[in-house]
Design a protein around this ligand. Structure first.
Ligand SMILES: Nc1ncnc2c1ncn2[C@@H]1O[C@H](COP(=O)(O)OP(=O)(O)OP(=O)(O)O)[C@@H](O)[C@H]1O
Ligand SMILES: [Mg+2]
Length: 286
C-alpha cells in the first residue's frame, strides 16, 4: 500500500445504518459496509433491496424525506455524521465521485465535453481557466478515452454510450477522490462495452488507489470486478466476504438462490434475479 492510500484511511466505513423514507418502515436496516483504500466492493441484491439507498446515503444525496440512523459513518476517513448540505457538497467536490446508470442524464447535451470537465474543475477550485484544458485532457487520458484531444471538442451525442460513461467517470475522478460510488454504472451498456468499463474501473483503482463501491444487480459483473461482496436482501446485508468466498461457498440461502439463477454464458444476462423461486427461498430462510 502506498503512503497516499495509508494516509487516506478507508474510503467508506458504515456501521449499523438504518434508512427510512418518511414515516414508512426502514428500507435499510443494520447495514455494515467498509470499502478500504484501493478496494473494489460490490453490493448485489434484487430490485428494492436498498442498494441505491445505501449508495446515496454514502454521498449525502438522499432526499429530504429520508432519515438515516447510523452508529458510525466515515467517508475518506472523515466523520460525516452531522454533516449539513454545505459540508456534503464540499466532501463530494474533494473526496468522493459518483457514476450512475445513464451517462446522458449526467451530461449537458449542448456543452462540449472539454468545457463540461473544465466547469467541474472550476466549481471545485481544482484548476483555473488556463490550466483547465490541460487537466481535462489528462482526465480523458486517465479514463483511456480514444483520441482525447478531439473528444474535448465533441458534444455528448457525438460519443458512443461507453465513451459517454468514460466522460462521466473522468468528471467523477476530477478531484482525485478517495471514494468512487458506481450505481448500476454499466447496466445500460452492451456486454462488450460493459467489460471495457469494468477494466477501466480496475485500472483507475490501480492507478490512483481509489476505493470503489460498485452496485449492481448483475452477479456476473460483480464477480468479474470486485475484491469483496456484500449481498443485500430486504434492506439487510445477509452475507459479506471476499468475492471468491461468497461466490464459491455462499452461506446464505439468498446468495445460493442468486447463484443458482445466473444464466449460462450462452444466454445473455438480462434479469437474472427474476427467476428466483421466492416461495422456496422464504422456506429456506425461515
Ligand atoms: N425516494 C424514495 N421515497 C420513498 N421510498 C423510496 C425512495 N427511494 C427508494 N425507496 C424505497 O426504498 C426501497 C429500496 O430502494 P432502493 O432504490 O434503495 O433499492 P435498490 O436495491 O437500489 O433497487 P434497484 O435494483 O431497483 O435499483 C424500495 O422499497 C423503494 O421503493
Ligand atoms: Mg438502485
Amino acid at each position: 500500500m502506498s503512503d497516499v492510500t495509508q494516509r487516506r484511511g478507508d474510503a467508506l466505513r458504515i456501521e449499523r445504518m438504518d434508512i427510512a423514507y418518511g414515516s414508512a418502515e426502514p428500507v435499510v436496516r443494520d447495514v455494515d459496509l467498509r470499502v478500504g483504500a484501493g478496494e473494489i466492493v460490490g453490493v448485489i441484491g434484487e430490485s428494492g433491496s436498498g442498494k441505491s439507498s445505501v449508495a446515496l446515503a454514502s454521498l449525502g444525496l438522499l432526499p429530504d424525506s429520508a432519515s438515516v440512523v447510523v452508529d458510525r459513518m466515515e467517508v475518506a476517513g472523515q466523520d460525516v455524521t452531522g454533516f449539513d448540505e454545505a459540508a456534503w457538497c464540499d466532501l463530494r467536490g474533494r473526496s468522493a465521485g459518483m457514476v450512475f446508470q445513464e451517462p446522458m442524464t449526467a451530461l449537458n447535451p449542448v456543452v462540449r465535453v472539454g468545457a463540461q470537465i473544465a466547469e467541474v474543475l472550476r466549481i471545485h477550485g481544482l484548476a483555473d481557466a488556463a490550466a483547465a484544458r490541460e487537466r481535462a485532457l489528462e482526465l480523458l487520458r486517465l479514463v483511456r478515452m480514444p483520441d482525447p484531444e478531439r473528444r474535448l471538442r465533441s458534444y455528448p451525442h457525438q460519443l458512443s454510450g461507453g465513451q459517454r460513461q468514460r466522460v462521466v467517470i473522468a468528471i467523477a475522478m476530477a478531484a482525485s477522490p478517495t471514494l468512487l460510488v458506481a450505481d448500476e454504472a454499466t447496466t445500460a451498456l452492451d456486454v462488450t462495452v460493459q467489460a471495457q468499463i469494468l477494466e477501466l474501473l480496475r485500472a483507475l483503482r490501480d492507478d490512483t488507489g481509489v476505493g470503489v463501491l460498485f452496485i449492481s444487480h448483475d452477479l456476473g459483473v460483480i464477480g468479474q470486478l470486485c475484491d469483496r461482496i456484500a449481498v443485500m436482501y430486504r434492506g439487510r446485508v445477509v452475507e459479506t466476504g471476499p468475492a471468491a468466498e461468497v461466490l464459491g461457498t455462499p452461506s446464505h440461502p439468498y446468495t445460493r438462490a442468486l447463484l443458482g439463477s445466473i444464466p449460462t454464458r450462452a444466454t445473455p444476462p438480462r434479469s437474472p434475479l427474476a427467476v428466483i423461486d421466492r416461495a422456496a427461498l422464504e422456506e429456506a430462510i425461515a
